[in-house]
Design a protein around this ligand. Structure first.
Ligand code: ADP
Ligand code: TRP
Length: 325
């Protein structure tokens, strides 16, 4: 079974990305067949600064490795290191109906806001289909916002197979990540880079404390009993603390006599402890850029070997010759 997923390197990963996606990708990595890639070609539709994108790529790779992505269990690579994907994208585009892409929210939402879309944004789902189909992927873990793109992928694959009369492309299934974990941001709304309310996983200690101290609360005085269930500090604390620690903090909320500052301090300490090992691993990786590059190259090599095989099959299906390199 091949598990595949991609994550865009558009900004540093935040707690929402970790608990909503990255942690679950890592839990699924258990076999040689898993492919995880950094979707830098997709990120080009929004990041238009060469230095920034290059840096984001490095940071994304280091973050994922530090968080537990194990190159002995899964292949990690940059999307742009497998040029076969863009060739497959063209082949898929020739059978993709315009009307199918017009329905995609990735494009439709921006168009509705009057944002001028370029062809990259419009055809974004076809590149994503190529990402998935190039490796005969079986299972694709994604957030709920990406389900539509999986449907488009299946649609394109079916159309290709029907036009060229054969089972050339393998149909994938989506594995929707658990929605239970909607991580709140510093303003209490869903944590998202579009809302400017994020707390980054590898934020330095000082700014991390500052962000945690800025989490919005009600204005109950210290002595008042408080409700942990409606408090974002407590919701975040639950992600990091053991059940015993959670019960202890909930008790202190309800008893009164504890200010939110203290709860924020507890959250800060719990988050530092939780990501402590990953922080140490990250520091080690930052000092070994050659090792990180080697891991990405080895991942790309494995991905390319599979990608070439599938691309040859697809080229043959539509009457193109074999390609040697
Ligand atoms: P952002 O909302 O910051 O732009 P992305 O859309 O790039 O984040 O998120 C990538 C994945 O991370 C999503 O598909 C989703 O699974 C997960 N994710 C992002 N924010 C949250 C959140 N606040 N709570 C839970 N999961 C989240
Ligand atoms: N579009 C996905 C996102 O924004 C990232 C992505 C690109 C992806 N290609 C993929 C995810 C292939 C799964 C499979 O989250």
């Amino acid at each position: 079974m091949r598990v595949l997923s991609g994550i865009q390197p558009t900004a540093r990963f935040h707690w929402g990305n970790y608990f909503g996606a990255i942690q679950q990708y890592i839990a699924l990595q258990g076999n040689e067949q898993s492919f995880y890639f950094i979707a830098d070609l997709h990120a080009l539709t929004t990041v238009r600064d060469a230095k920034q994108l290059a840096q984001n790529n490095v940071d994304a790779a280091i973050d994922l490795l530090a968080l537990g992505l194990d190159p002995n269990q899964a292949s990690l690579f940059r999307q742009s290191d497998v040029p076969e994907v863009t060739e497959l994208m063209w082949l898929l585009m020739t059978v993709t109906q315009f009307s199918l892409l017009e329905k995609c929210t990735s494009y439709k939402d921006k168009a509705a806001k009057g944002i001028a879309a370029d062809a990259g944004l419009f055809t974004y789902p076809v590149l994503m289909a190529a990402d998935i189909l190039l490796y005969d992927s079986d299972v694709v873990p994604v957030g709920a916002d990406q389900i539509q793109h999986l449907e488009v992928t299946r649609d394109i694959a079916q159309r290709f197979n029907s036009i060229f009369d054969g089972e050339h492309l393998h149909l994938p299934t989506a594995r929707v990540l658990q929605v239970g974990a909607k991580v709140p941001g510093t303003d209490g709304e869903k944590m998202s880079k579009s809302y400017g309310n994020t707390i980054e996983i590898f934020e330095a200690e000082k700014p991390l404390r500052k962000k945690i101290m800025s989490i919005k609360t009600d204005s109950l005085p210290v002595e008042a009993p408080k409700n942990p269930e409606t408090c974002s500090i407590y919701a975040l604390y639950q992600l990091f603390a053991s059940p015993v620690q959670q019960a202890a903090l909930a008790e202190r909320y309800r008893a009164g006599g504890m200010g939110y500052g203290e709860a924020k301090q507890a959250l800060f300490e719990a988050a530092m402890a939780y990501f402590g090992p990953a922080r140490a691993k990250r520091e080690e990786l930052v000092s070994k850029p050659e090792l990180v590059e080697e891991i990405l190259q080895a991942g790309a090599k494995k991905a390319r070997a599979k990608g070439r095989e599938v691309l040859q099959r697809v080229r043959a299906a539509c009457g193109l010759g074999l390609r040697n390199s």
